[in-house]
Ligand binder design. Structure first.
Ligand code: ZN
Length: 474
């Protein structure tokens, strides 16, 4: 089977922070899990490069837009590599070869259905979100809920509009029936609540003046550029061939899951399905919405100066401990607090003490003994793991794996194999080794490097001791 998973494509007006790192790791873990199940997997991300805020940031940095964008997008790509995330496709939205024509095709398909018309728009615009806001969507102090403190711009101009209102009923139906599954359920309720208020048509273009001549030209009207969300969402299609390689597109589309942050759920669960319905294209099967990182209980923001650099964390703790921390500590369905103290605690307790200890003492005790090759893993035995993974509940899957690790450590303590020799010791260790082999398999989606090291060490028939997996931190 084919499995297509995407992460959101980050705005590249600034360097990546740990929120991006979390999402890349979640996407990669889903992809690796699907590969483990034997599926062919495509994992996509890229750069959201046509936003006005990119242009503004480039101006502030005194650099040509494309240069600025390429530099920043590369930093995001470099982060995925340092995090050991295997992206199949990295689609830039400033790509004129594939992405531009692909997005113009989507536009034309919507226009052919009579869903695009010209009108005057007047409203408040948040450049941070690249979105218009109505007064009832703003905070009590009249600010953008995602960007408190940032000024909203009053804009009045002639734009192209998309008939979003036409798709209200159909989207409600598709969400209610779970044809598009929203995970978790609490986010689905928020979206349904938003839909109850009724949908109004949205502006999907902006004048060249406001776009500063940046972005994808509207087909047939060189005075207007596409609204950035219209083309950004289409990256999920343009990256896999929409408009330029039908065979590839049909292989992967529709997406099995879009992994996104809670701040952009409206665009993914409402706008995106509406564009696709209009264009008569299949809809994504699921949208997994994760929470945000807070730092000491506060939202991460440039204004607060509490942005954590993921490169720095990787350099100091290593990639697997960081992946572990993200997936174990941050509940997949809600916000999680980032704390370096907690990262160290988890590292020492779970990685050094539990996993590291199990591996190193078993290898030491088993060295020189021979073991039968272990039969293939019985998935049925590890049902809690698979149930959790199928629901993107990474922390529960890890918690299950660690329950086995703890069980094996207590078993060793109880049986004291160090007091036994030869066959007697071997008999005690056989179930431990089998268990380690299974654990190393289950760890693959989370811990690709560590899993491979363990698998090499415990490849029957002979077990080899090697260095310490996770040296204790002080
Ligand atoms: Zn905003």
């Amino acid at each position: 089977m084919n499995y297509y998973v995407t992460t959101a494509i980050p705005y590249v007006n600034a360097k990546p922070h740990i929120g991006h790192a979390l999402e890349f790791v979640q996407g990669d873990t889903i992809a690796r899990y699907q590969r483990m199940l034997g599926n062919d997997v495509c994992l996509l991300s890229g750069g959201d490069e046509n936003a006005i805020k990119n242009v503004q940031a480039a101006e502030a940095a005194g650099k040509p837009i494309q240069t600025f964008i390429d530099e920043n997008t590369n930093a995001f790509y470099k982060l995925t590599q340092e995090l050991n995330c295997l992206f199949t496709v990295w689609q830039k939205s400033s790509d004129r070869v594939h992405h531009y024509p692909s997005s113009q095709k989507l536009w034309n398909l919507c226009a052919e259905q009579g869903d695009i018309y010209k009108s005057v728009y007047e409203g408040l615009y948040c450049v941070g979100c690249e979105a218009f806001y109505t007064n009832d969507e703003l905070t009590e102090t009249g600010e953008c809920p995602e960007h408190p403190g940032k000024p909203l711009h009053h804009i009045k101009e002639e734009n192209y509009f998309f008939r979003l209102s036409r798709y209200q009923k159909e989207i409600v139906r598709r969400l209610e029936s779970n044809e598009i599954r929203i995970i978790p359920e609490s986010r689905k309720h928020e979206i349904m609540h938003f839909l109850e208020k009724g949908l109004t048509d949205i502006s999907i273009s902006r004048s060249n003046a406001r776009a500063k001549h940046w972005g994808i030209p509207v087909p047939g009207d060189p005075t207007q550029r596409m609204y950035v969300w219209f083309d950004a969402l289409n990256v999920y299609q343009s990256g896999i061939g929409f408009g330029w390689n039908d065979e590839m597109y049909n292989t992967w589309w529709p997406a099995d899951v879009h992994v996104i942050g809670k701040g952009i759920s409206k665009f993914h669960a409402i706008y995106w399905p509406a564009f696709l319905l209009s264009a008569n294209l299949p809809l994504p099967k699921a949208i997994f919405i994760h929470g945000y990182f807070t730092v000491n209980g506060q939202k991460m923001s440039k204004t607060l100066g509490n942005i954590i650099d993921p490169f720095d964390l990787i350099a100091r703790y290593g990639v697997d401990p960081l992946r572990y921390y993200f997936l174990r500590e941050i509940p997949a369905y809600s916000d999680g607090n980032f704390s370096e103290t907690r990262l160290k605690e988890l590292y020492n307790a779970d990685l050094a003490n539990e996993l590291g200890n199990l591996i190193s003492r078993t290898a030491t005790l088993a060295e020189g003994l021979t073991f039968e090759p272990v039969t293939t893993m019985n998935n049925h035995t590890h049902e809690p793991f698979f149930t959790a993974m199928n629901a993107f509940r990474f922390h529960e899957a890890l918690s299950y794996i660690w329950s086995i690790i703890k069980e094996q450590n207590s078993y060793i303590n109880h049986e004291s194999p160090w007091n036994k020799h030869g066959q007697e010791r071997q008999k005690i260790l056989v179930p431990v080794i089998q268990s380690i082999q299974e654990i190393s398999k289950l760890l693959e989606p989370f811990f690709p490097n560590t899993a491979t090291i363990i698998q090499r060490q415990f490849a029957s028939p002979s077990i080899v001791r090697s260095g310490i997996l996770f040296p204790r931190l002080r």
